[in-house]
Design a protein around this ligand. Sequence first.
Ligand SMILES: *Cc1c(COP(=O)(O)O)cnc(C)c1O
Length: 391
Amino acid sequence: MSDNWKPRTKMVHSGTRRSQYNEVSEAIFMTQGFVYDSAEQAQARFVQAERDEFIYARYGNPTVAMFEDRIAALEGAEDAFACASGMAAVNGALMAVVSAGDHVVAARALFGSCLYILDDILPRMGVHVTLIDGTDLDAWRAAVTDKTKVCFFESVSNPGLEVVDIAAVSDIAHAHGALVIVDNVFATPVYSRAIEQGADLVVYSATKHIDGQGRSLGGVILGARDIIRGPVESYMKHTGGSLSPFNAWIMLKGLETIELRVRAQTETAYALADALQGHAALSRVSYPGHSSHAQYDLVQRQTGKGGTVVTFELAGGQTAAFDFLNKLQVAVISNNLGDAKSIATHPATTTHQRLPQDQKDLLGISDGLIRLSVGLEDPQDLIADIMQALQ
Ligand SMILES: *Cc1c(COP(=O)(O)O)cnc(C)c1O
């Protein structure tokens, strides 16, 4: 394995471990445990296991280790811990480093389950949480103090597509000794440079672009080895949120094609955002890669690309939005994203249904809002489908 390989080469080869059969395609080690040569070896392994000395699948497994090393190579992180879902990763990253009495500052524009952890679970555990407008650097400066342990945010928010400045928030956090944890799903691992920009821990739902074909749940926490193999591994391996070897294999094979898929999906998203601009049925179109996005310059600096999700608001509210969804023939109505299939979601009545109206207003989740995750269909077919459904 060469550190100088370009990402596409790394995504095909990094992390590979071959068994005595020298298989070409990575094996699925569907085993919960491992046999020791002797009682002494078992004892030694429990005292200090090396990276490729396995004990129990909740602690680690060869297929899972292949996935961890491969995604770490893409992210430019020293190490990674694979988790059972994106939420196991978000929860694990936070729980691994906070204690009762600590202070956490988080951007308010969050995926519903992330908000539940920050707004409900952490306060119940005695952690003080301040929620702010993540796009406002003065709000970060005002909220972060020497008592702050963690700054948490989605680098591109779901579904508002608000972009948080990773480098600037990291400077503020680090000046006060706080850790920066970034949920980077919408940025995608392909365009992320979050570690280089200052993030201490980067979290992905692997369910999204890493699987990329909507088959299984998974997640991953990436960062410096001392945090990942220290508090993160301790928390995850003892609390049960580890990734199964079978799902790790799906994610591992997903990484082989992630660059090609995400690049193609992103190109289609650009074309769709262009085609939707100024459409008479729409009151708003939002795409981080389009020059009309409020933080276009930041997007250019941070990832350089707009990603695979476009949102737009139908002027006719919920009736028009439902009418649009029900007319779709290529895109499906569902709630995943990053899938090969284009997926249209009505956040106000599904993913963000439970939010009170004032929160929805604050996050721009209006009755007419559609979140479109752009898939791998031919761009002309997808855009034609959206246009006919808007008529
Ligand atoms: C989907 C998602 C999650 C949760 O991931 P799961 O794999 O569904 O647990 C967390 N954060 C963001 C931004 C997401 O889009």
